[in-house]
Design a protein. Structure first.
Length: 187
């Protein structure tokens, strides 16, 4: 007598769908346009297949430097029949500037101002009128030096351009991904 025991193994899975205002990952590569300093959002759907009902977490790869990628909620669990969704938000940092000033520059300026004030205290009243044009010119050039003493450079700005961001979902040993075309423009 031969006894056969069959074991049924079910492998449920899910489909990752990325949706923006320009389309979905089902029909191609959706895109998201963001102006530097602002953020944009896309919807990530987890569509259960064969009764899939496991927790799914998310991540992004390829977000430009000084940009952020967040999901709300950070994980979803489909009920096996209905899609579960999360909102993907990509944020950029506006053009922040930093002032680069040569070390010691402020001390030199302060010393020069004291020297000019000292000349007015030392020079007698009659000679002040002769020295006044020279002092005014000196003060003018000192103020011009203050205006030109530093430089302003952008820092922490997400550089304008087109980026490919890989949106990845993971549940146990199952991983799916979709590509999002991210377009960063300047103001």
């Amino acid at each position: 007598m031969l006894l056969c025991v069959a074991s049924a193994q079910t492998t449920s899975d899910y489909r990752l769908q990325l949706v923006t205002g320009t389309g979905s990952s089902d029909t191609g590569t959706p895109s998201l346009s963001i102006v530097t300093g602002q953020s944009g959002a896309a919807v990530v759907n987890i569509i259960p297949l064969d009764g899939f009902n496991q927790k799914v977490s998310f991540s992004c790869v390829g977000v430009p430097a000084n940009g952020t990628c967040t999901f709300n909620p950070t994980t979803v669990t489909p009920d096996g029949l209905n899609p579960a969704l999360t909102t993907l938000t990509i944020a950029t940092i506006a053009n922040a500037t930093t002032l680069n000033v040569t070390p010691g520059y402020h001390r030199w300026m302060l010393g020069s101002c004291f020297a000019i004030a000292g000349v007015f205290l030392v020079v007698p009243g009659a000679r002040r009128r002769k020295v006044l044009p020279i002092l005014v010119l000196t003060l003018f050039f000192l103020l011009m030096g203050t205006a030109c003493g530093g430089s302003s450079t952008p820092s922490n700005q997400v550089q304008p351009g087109t980026y490919s961001v890989l949106v990845e979902s993971t549940s146990g040993n199952i991983t799916h991904n979709a590509t999002l075309q991210l377009i960063i423009t300047s103001k």
